[in-house]
Ligand binder design. Structure first.
Ligand code: GP9
Length: 411
């Protein structure tokens, strides 16, 4: 496993000579992890209205990755947090937050704290859920703001509506008055089963009315309006121009009735589309100035988030134990899913239930679409995906990063 990381660290070194490395040194970072927020709602309209008008507008002002994939497994929201913050795969069963909360990892808050950042995490729910209290302590956050720190003045779903959640989160950050800050905000209003109060249902979802996908679309629209209000708040408070804002979805919505999606899109959904719809969540980076804004089509995944942040902030990662690579780097790598599937932007592999590579489905991707091809075209990538997952599992199960660090210190 150590050799695997030595090779990965060589690829991570590459970003130090690439454009944008350190261009935003010392800037604040605000990360928004949005509950069950998927890519298919971006740019989509229903009843003549955009589902996500604010995020659609943000595309033109951000670096936007339409081919960003979540890589979560049974640990759902906690897996997304672990993948993006600590740049390792989730476990095949359970949640790393619950099973391995005292192990050593190189997570974003501890890296940034070592660089003088104030580090906070904000989630308006019970601090013990997903064992967050323990895991966040291990991740070296200065403070975890839980439901106890919020006034429930907009009750929605499990707790507080995202609009008020964002507003109070910005107030909490401002009250600390410590810069630079790294803050992560985890939303909740779009949690399954997506039932918003009537007054928050602003869209006319037509024939999806009364269906779970109709409710999901209403919830996504509400989250989008909360993001619009957050952006306005950051601008009003003078934070917009000195803060990197990252926004991404944590995992899919668990709605697998494809006839509902066909009604929404107005066309049939292929098997490949089904797999991609379930795995694609949007990823936005808004930088303190807009000159690098654009759509980047490359295939990237949640575990690339912390390396990307370090790239922008100019913090080397070539001595860290991170499995991802900056999304802004030219270094090549594929996005590996917990089920053994992967994509590198050229091919997309969907494994079979028995895990035998030859029994899986390999698609070759092109600008015009996708077609199935022999599994030989995916075989090397699928072997490498298996190996990556096994390295990650061994490192986590045996707390190997602690051992690697000792070895590094002795050298
Ligand atoms: C609860 C929230 C939801 O705190 O993070 O987690 P999920 O059920 O989506 O994994």
């Amino acid at each position: 496993a150590k050799d695997w990381f030595t090779e990965r660290q060589k690829l991570q070194k590459q970003m130090e000579n690439e454009p944008l490395f350190g261009e935003f040194k010392g800037k604040n970072v605000l990360v928004v992890q949005a509950e069950a927020f998927q890519t298919f709602v971006i740019g989509q309209s229903i009843g003549g209205k955009e589902i996500t008008p604010n995020l659609n507008k943000l595309i033109g002002q951000s670096i936007y990755f339409p081919n960003f994939y979540h890589q979560t497994a049974q640990g759902r929201t906690s897996d997304a947090d672990f993948l993006t913050s600590c740049s390792m795969h989730p476990m095949p069963t359970g949640s790393v937050f619950i099973r391995f909360a005292s192990n050593s990892f190189d997570c974003a808050p501890s890296i940034l704290k070592s660089q003088g950042y104030d580090t906070t995490i904000h989630h308006a729910y019970d601090g013990s859920f997903w064992n967050r209290n323990n895991m966040y302590h291990n991740m070296n956050y200065d403070r975890f703001y839980t439901i106890k720190d919020y006034t429930i003045d907009e009750p929605i779903g499990w707790s507080l509506g995202d609009q008020s959640f964002f507003k109070q989160t910005v107030e909490q950050i401002e009250e600390r008055n410590i810069t630079p800050f790294y803050a992560m905000a985890i939303t909740l209003s779009s949690h399954h089963p997506f039932k918003l109060p009537y007054s928050n249902q602003e869209l006319n979802v037509g024939e999806l009315q009364g269906t779970i996908l109709g409710d999901y679309v209403q919830a996504a629209h509400y989250v989008d309006s909360a993001v619009g209000a957050l952006v306005a708040d950051l601008k009003d408070d003078g934070l917009w121009d000195n803060t990197i804002l990252m926004f991404y979805g944590d995992h899919d919505n668990s709605v697998y009735d494809w006839s509902l999606y066909e009604r929404l899109f107005g066309n049939p959904v292929s098997d490949l589309d089904k797999d991609r719809i379930v795995r694609q969540v949007p990823f936005f980076i808004h930088l303190p100035h807009d000159e690098h804004a654009g759509v980047v089509d490359k295939a990237v995944g949640q575990m690339d988030t912390t390396p990307t942040m370090m790239h922008l902030l100019g913090i080397p990662t070539d001595h860290r134990y991170l499995m991802g690579i900056s999304m802004l780097s030219e270094a090549k790598k594929s996005v590996v899913f917990r089920n053994g599937g992967f994509t590198d932007g050229q091919v997309y592999f969907v494994p079979s239930a028995d895990g035998v590579i030859a029994n899986g489905t390999c698609y070759s991707l092109s600008a015009d679409g996708a077609e199935t091809t022999g599994t030989a075209a995916c075989a090397a990538g699928a072997e490498s995906a298996k190996n990556d997952l096994s390295v990650s599992d061994r490192v986590i199960e045996n707390d190997l990063i602690a051992k690697f660090r000792k070895e590094d210190a002795a050298q």
